[in-house]
Design a protein around this ligand. Structure first.
Ligand code: ZN
Length: 271
């Protein structure tokens, strides 16, 4: 009997129960059930490989990150295979993210110097290369935890203005926490990069596999190294306010098929 219960628990933990929450909006995630998929089929969205998982019913489930700049309407998923190519349209609903106005004490991070802009461009390229990577690992969607406990100080998707100047939308979740508090890996993975970036400050990027990447920013201390294997809950650094930050907090970005998505969708749904 105990063995049977263990077996049931194993089946449950490796099946669709662990999928992220679905939200077909810009910055959301679409779960697309595909009953028949040709052998060796390759799914892409805007040229980025899309993670597909087998379901308990023998179908495939494509887990699609929807880019934040996607207009409401149809989003084209490409399926390439030896028997030909096809396109599936996914309907994306509109979402009006609220505005946020932030006052920074200096203009350094609002209107960066040419030198800092060049630095930022280099750093953005480095991060983009990681977001575009697709390392096939494991066959299950990983279980996520919140990397640090604290109130959500800025939700995902805010349309941002710094010192009244429009800037890129908030592509992550901010969690307010005291400086020095341990930051945990939100899920298993490999440290894809660490760095001290102009906007993001001290940062750790974690590759959870199959195009799913986390980035944890503004750390005061980094305690992992590039290429290190880590488990969910491992301490990767400490909360800080390095980079463009008005106070100590953790910024957590999640990227799926090179689309920044709302990290809330990966956490267990509120009861
Ligand atoms: Zn943030």
């Amino acid at each position: 009997m105990t063995r049977l219960l263990i077996l049931i628990a194993l089946i449950c933990s490796t099946s669709v129960w662990a999928l992220p929450q679905e939200s077909r909006v810009p910055g959301g995630i679409a779960l697309l059930r595909l009953p028949t998929l040709p052998e060796g089929a390759r799914l892409t969205l805007k040229g980025n490989p899309v993670w597909t998982l087998p379901s308990e019913k023998g179908e495939q489930i494509a887990i699609i990150g929807i880019p934040l700049d996607t207009p409401a309407g149809e989003l084209a998923l490409q399926i390439e295979s030896s028997t030909g190519n096809q396109q599936i349209d996914v309907t994306v609903d509109a979402k009006d993210y609220p505005e946020q106005r932030i006052t920074l004490p200096t203009q350094k991070h609002v209107t960066p110097s040419e030198e800092n802009l060049a630095r930022y461009a280099r750093e953005a390229r480095e991060q983009l290369a990681i977001y575009q990577s697709f390392n096939t690992t494991g066959s299950n969607w990983p279980t996520f935890i919140i990397p640090v406990r604290g109130p959500y100080s800025s939700p995902f998707g805010l349309r941002r203005f710094f010192n009244n100047e429009p800037r890129a939308p908030h592509a992550g979740l901010d969690i307010a926490a005291p400086a020095g508090l341990a930051v945990q890996a939100p899920a298993d993975g490999v440290v894809a990069q660490t760095g001290d970036y102009f906007f993001n400050g001290r940062t750790v990027m974690i590759d959870h596999g199959n195009g799913l990447i986390s980035m944890l920013c503004h750390l005061s201390k980094i305690s992992v190294q590039k290429d290190q294997q880590i488990k969910r809950g491992d301490v990767i650094g400490k909360v800080g306010k390095t980079g463009r930050a008005t106070g100590p907090h953790l910024h957590w970005t999640v990227s799926l098929n090179n689309a920044r998505v709302d990290p809330i969708l990966l956490l267990p749904a509120a009861p």
